[in-house]
Write a protein that binds this ligand. Sequence first.
Ligand code: COA
Length: 164
Amino acid sequence: MLESYLTLKAEYEIIPMELKDCVEVSLLHSERFARMWDETEFQSLLTQGTTFGFVARQTNAILKKALPGFVLARHMAGEGEILTIAVNAKLGRSGLGWRLMQAALRETRNRGGESMFLEVDGSNQPALGLYRKLGFETVGERKAYYVSDNGTKSTALVMRRVLR
Ligand SMILES: CC(C)(COP(=O)(O)OP(=O)(O)OC[C@H]1O[C@@H](n2cnc3c(N)ncnc32)[C@H](O)[C@@H]1OP(=O)(O)O)[C@@H](O)C(=O)NCCC(=O)NCCS
């Protein structure tokens, strides 16, 4: 029994984010980003009809595990926007970012969206790799937009993917 548990391959589902998820979402956000958004910010965004999100949950965990990942997006007037996305650092490069983004793109398309926008730090290689693999292209640049704690400045890239 213990042996089969230890060798269990984790399986995940991507499901709509609910208000009850916001505490865990805020915790994961604070682990992966310098600026924290507390759960009330996520709750207030999620209660706006234009905003939606998805969380990844392990379907075959025996013990409760930390939230594997989430994405938050919004759709207005034909344009979608990724507000934020994060995957637990221990689960990086296992395809969850891809699946979360696909869910957000699909939902935006279902709501009538024709394109999806996002903004990313041009030095964030994992995120850039993910977005390029999904077909996003750079459509704008804001030089020296991000300033890290040690004063290093980096460019913000605005990226877009056409959905139709
Ligand atoms: C960006 C992030 C969401 C990617 O999530 P992930 O689950 O690791 O991504 P996936 O496993 O789905 O990878 C999909 C593709 O993204 C790219 N990618 C992911 N991690 C990468 C890395 N460390 N270096 C380069 N490319 C990477 C690859 O193209 C990868 O495809 P491949 O594995 O077939 O080569 C995750 O690294 C993260 O949470 N980072 C911190 C928060 C953040 O920066 N969010 C984005 C803000 S704009």
